[in-house]
Design a protein around this ligand. Structure first.
Ligand SMILES: Cc1cc2nc3c(=O)[nH]c(=O)nc-3n(C[C@H](O)[C@H](O)[C@H](O)COP(=O)(O)OP(=O)(O)OC[C@H]3O[C@@H](n4cnc5c(N)ncnc54)[C@H](O)[C@@H]3O)c2cc1C
Length: 384
């Protein structure tokens, strides 16, 4: 067992930590109020290479392995979650379909633009009738010679408002569906018949938007199928591979936010005096701090271990679901205790704990709910 973080990744971690402290945290509340990340900050994120963490160097990214990527996500998640969300789709769901299953031409055309952040990418799977039951997509792609005509509505699509390109999951054979009837396309903004719909109003994650995408007789060539003609009907596998990968990064987001909350609570509990002593001297508060720290410690071990396994080329379907399940549920327990430790102040908008409490709730829902993670874990356990 080797518990050292390699030197190059440690340096990267330090760089991101400084960027968060100096550039992101000071504008965190402003972004929350304005529901918008200033363009100069997005530009700084581009310059740091944050849009292409996981994209290989040959396609213009930093080519970090899984461990490197989750260390960056952990640091970025110690501030307003919208910053991580802004780069998240380019590093994950918006680019991985092309990277895993795209043709070489598609990789060379799209990935450098996504990795540099020149383009924003999004991933359009969810629909009103297809959430956890992803194979139930109703967006159709009908073949007409060398073209497909796409019709349907996607909703809850992260970064759809700023996206230049979308991975779009459609049904091409309603009988076969997940078994050969789902096809993934890559579709650019401006393609006739492809529009952005309503921006949805959310509980949290201000500064990052989700929106509908509408396809109204949108005509795209066969070349826009991710992986080309041989991948017709294989899009469900592409979508599942993309989501599998995201589960570890979701764990990292939950972990970073939890660590930040613990740090805030330690500081606050030393300063806040009640009954003549700092509240950290009251045993009930100590218990909460101890439980938070213990869970964070456990979460970090499992996350780093699963990332390490993946970097060794091991299959981590079960482990990735365990990480997403445990880390995101743990983060909500931590956020609940953080609000408690801050007392009334924890309920006030001027304190970041209130924001973390709302934002973290999402992590148990998107990229596969906790219930779906349990199904995956149980399926893998009983298969073994
Ligand atoms: C802010 C935000 C951003 C998002 N970004 C994207 C995006 O970029 N791209 C995208 O495609 N999607 C995105 N989503 C959609 C997200 O992935 C779905 O919301 C999620 O998969 C759950 O689907 P649903 O909302 O339809 O809930 P449902 O599937 O309707 O689930 C409702 C409840 O039923 C439970 N449930 C459902 N089926 C089962 C079962 N078989 N066993 C046990 N329990 C079950 C669920 O766990 C949940 O508790 C986003 C969602 C949000 C809120």
């Amino acid at each position: 067992m080797d518990f050292q973080i390699p030197e190059n990744l440690r340096m990267m971690q330090e760089t991101i930590r400084r960027f968060v402290t100096r550039e992101l945290e000071p504008i965190s509340q402003q972004v929350e109020q304005e529901d918008h990340i200033p363009e100069d900050i997005v530009q700084k994120m581009r310059e740091l290479g944050l849009f292409g963490l996981s994209i290989p160097e040959e396609y213009g990214g930093l080519g970090l392995g899984t461990l490197g990527e989750i260390l960056v996500y952990e640091e970025l998640s110690k501030t307003n979650a919208c910053f991580r969300s802004r780069i998240g789709t380019n590093n994950g769901i918006g680019s991985m379909g092309i990277l895993f299953d795209g043709t070489e031409d598609q990789k060379r055309y799209y990935l450098p633009k996504i990795a540099s952040g020149e383009w924003t990418a999004c991933f359009a799977l969810s629909e009103p009738e297809a959430g956890s039951d992803a194979a139930n997509v109703q967006t159709t792609a009908e073949r007409h010679g060398s073209y497909f005509i796409i019709n349907g509505l996607k909703h809850f699509i992260t970064n759809a408002d700023v996206a230049d390109v979308a991975t779009v999951i459609t049904v091409t054979d309603k009988q076969k569906r997940a078994r050969g009837g789902i096809t993934a396309f890559v579709i650019e903004k401006g393609t006739p018949g492809f529009y952005r719909g309503t921006i949805e109003r959310k509980m949290g994650l201000r500064g990052s938007h989700t929106a509908e995408l509408i396809f109204d007789n949108c005509r795209v060539p066969v070349d826009n199928i991710i992986g080309g003609e041989p991948m017709i009907g294989q899009g469900f596998k592409t979508a599942m591979r993309v989501l599998d990968k995201g589960r570890l990064t979701m764990g990292a987001c939950a972990l970073g936010a939890s660590q930040k909350l613990l740090d805030l609570c330690i500081d606050y509990s030393k300063e806040r005096v009640q009954f003549g002593k700092p509240i950290c001297k009251h045993q009930s508060v100590q218990n909460m701090l101890a439980d938070m720290a213990t869970e964070i410690y456990a979460a970090r071990q499992m996350l780093y271990h699963a990332a390490w396994l993946r970097d060794q080329g091991k299959k981590v379907i079960k482990e990735a679901s365990m990480v997403k399940l445990f880390c995101t549920e743990m983060a909500c327990r931590v956020a609940d205790k953080a609000v408690q430790i801050f007392g009334g102040m924890g309920y006030m908008k001027e304190m970041p704990v209130e924001r973390f409490y709302r934002d973290l709730r999402l992590y148990r829902i998107f990229e596969g709910t906790s219930e779906i993670q349990r199904l995956v874990i149980a399926r893998e356990l009983t298969k073994e």
